[in-house]
Design a protein around this ligand. Sequence first.
Ligand SMILES: [Zn+2]
Length: 293
Amino acid sequence: MKSGALTPHFPDLSERELERYKRQLMHHGFTPEHQSRLKTASVLVAGVGGLGGAAATYLAVAGIGGLRLAHYGTLTLSNMNRQTLMTDERIGEARVLQAKDRIKELNPHVEVEICNEKTSERNVGDLLNGADIALSARPNFDERRTLNKGCVKRHIPMIEAAMNGMEGYLFNVIPGLTPCLECLYPEDDPGWKELGFPVFGAVSGMLGCIMAVEAIKLLTGYGKPMISRMLIFNALDMTFRKVKVRRDEDCPICGASAGEKPSLGNIRRPNPSRCSCKDTHEIATGLSILSDT
Ligand SMILES: [Zn+2]
């Protein structure tokens, strides 16, 4: 094990944990220190639908230390085309409870907290308390904007991902460094209905997996997370592209008029000289990509 490169304190990994994570520890450059950093990290997953449920699953099996799952409501039959954390026989039960049970079955090392509520101004402080990063995976603009505001205020990075039909997008909100959700989407789409769009579980799941990968990179410093870039894909013809996104200096949430400039928190800043992102000179503002469930 290398010493002291990432953090002054690493919890010990048991032999059983080292065996559990052996295959990911085979990645060149992904060391037990990186694994320990995952173990000490806590993630708020706002939404455990097709998107957040997949992200939570893969963070859990990767060895995240703590998950806080927030999602209001019970499981319905029409949820089942995209749920892998929940079962047909438990339709009608709270989603977060089922998600917790399944995650604990998958990896008993993960501490799981649940909140059967929507993300709101009232509870966002508690939801983010102690979180190292937040995943934005709710199917409405109100909750997403509330989470974005809460993360910027508390200097907590957020991964924003959403989909509509076969299309999806994802970008990382790192307060003080990148645009926030409000910079790119200052207005709601008036035609959008919370559960009024089509979804294949495989598409929401693939986006959730990308969320998990970005979270692992941001939390550990391994690899190169997307910085000021938005990933956009269309699974109908499998086209993927990244576009450059820019902060709005007048953003009411993260701009100069919003007050103190936040710091980067405990996220590892990538080495700019290693960034391979292509500058497409595109600004993603105005893209009509919607939300996810
Ligand atoms: Zn902003």
